[in-house]
Design a protein around this ligand. Structure first.
Ligand code: NAP
Length: 292
């Protein structure tokens, strides 16, 4: 069994990006600039956004954080998106999800200019991904693909089973793994809450991508010997005895599943850090060869 170490891989990618940024500066190219929009006071979202901003700074990017409280209207948010779309210094930006219930998420995501959509959520970018055209890949699936590539995990001809069909993880993961290329060329089964024979399918998986958001859902008896296990889940589980009052759990019961696997991602330290590295890669791509 080998750990797919997202923390180390993401660190290596960020170091490569930092070198790239220095080279850009020396060549008279623009410093990449990422903006993040945070609406409301969701604790997890604040943590994610803060780590994205910190990661930008460490790689030599410029970063801007636009914060609004939960009373921000849809109209006000669309106005912010419009300003960022038209700000030539901003290469890419993200609107941290989830948004408060009174704001139509899809409407906001569709308002983001395709060329600045470094989260890869705009319908046109999703379409380009499905057609295998150059685009921004959604950060979490992109991070998983990079991890599979860097660890040279064999994917061709493998049966990949994806649990979860969300627009940000499960669905794009199924598209990417089935594309013609490496990593890819898998035969993919995508499952969701209405799947009736989930355990039968997971037991057939050579590669199991787990993204449903239920702590320790996947147990040892649900996986095949030698399977590759990618655990996307991140859930805060109350733990009053700890300093923070909670612990982070993945969707896989790591201790019992790991001994059966060939490769496995831990939580934390697996997919999570890769997501940020991918966002930075997308922002670097968005900066392209714009002059300083
Ligand atoms: P989501 O939008 O809530 O989607 C969950 C998916 O799981 C849905 O498609 C749902 O099916 C399916 N599902 C729920 N219960 C199921 C069951 N019993 N059997 C099979 N499928 C089931 O979640 P998400 O945004 O994709 O996130 C999933 C997890 O990944 C969460 O823990 C989230 O925090 C985490 N996450 C981590 C990162 C990272 O950077 N590591 C990034 C994003 C998300 P239906 O469609 O039928 O409802």
């Amino acid at each position: 069994m080998q750990i797919l170490d997202g923390k180390a891989t993401s660190k290596a990618i960020k170091e490569e990006i930092a070198v790239e940024v220095e080279k850009r500066k020396a060549a008279g190219l623009k410093t990449p600039h990422l903006a993040a929009v945070l609406v409301g006071d969701d604790g997890a979202s604040q943590t994610y956004v803060n780590s994205k901003v910190r990661a930008c700074e460490r790689c030599g990017f410029k970063s801007t954080l636009v914060k609004r409280d939960g009373s921000c209207t849809e109209e006000e948010l669309l106005e912010i998106v419009d300003q960022l779309n038209n700000d030539d210094d901003i290469d890419g930006f993200i609107v941290q999800l989830p948004l408060p219930k009174h704001i139509n998420e899809q409407k906001v995501l569709e308002a983001v200019k395709r060329e600045k959509d470094v989260d890869g959520f705009h319908p046109e970018n999703v379409g380009r991904m499905a057609l295998n055209l150059p685009t921004f890949l959604p950060a979490t699936p992109y991070g998983i693909m990079q991890m599979l590539e860097r660890y040279e995990v064999p994917t061709q001809g493998k049966h990949a089973v994806v649990i979860g069909r969300s627009h940000i993880v499960g669905s794009p993961m199924s598209i990417l793994l089935s594309r013609n290329g490496y990593p890819g060329n898998c035969t993919v089964t995508i499952t969701h809450s209405r799947t009736t024979n989930l355990e039968e399918l997971t037991r057939e998986a050579d590669i199991l991508i787990v993204a449903l958001g239920r702590p320790e859902f996947v147990k040892a008896d649900m996986v095949k010997e030698g399977a590759v296990i990618v655990d996307v889940g991140i859930t805060r589980v109350e733990a009053p005895e700890t300093e923070k009052g909670y612990v982070i759990k993945g969707d896989v019961a790591f201790d019992e599943v790991a001994p059966k696997s060939s490769f496995i991602t831990p939580v934390p330290g697996g997919v999570g850090p890769m997501t940020i590295a991918s966002l930075l890669k997308n922002t670097l791509q968005a900066a392209g060869d714009k002059p300083a």
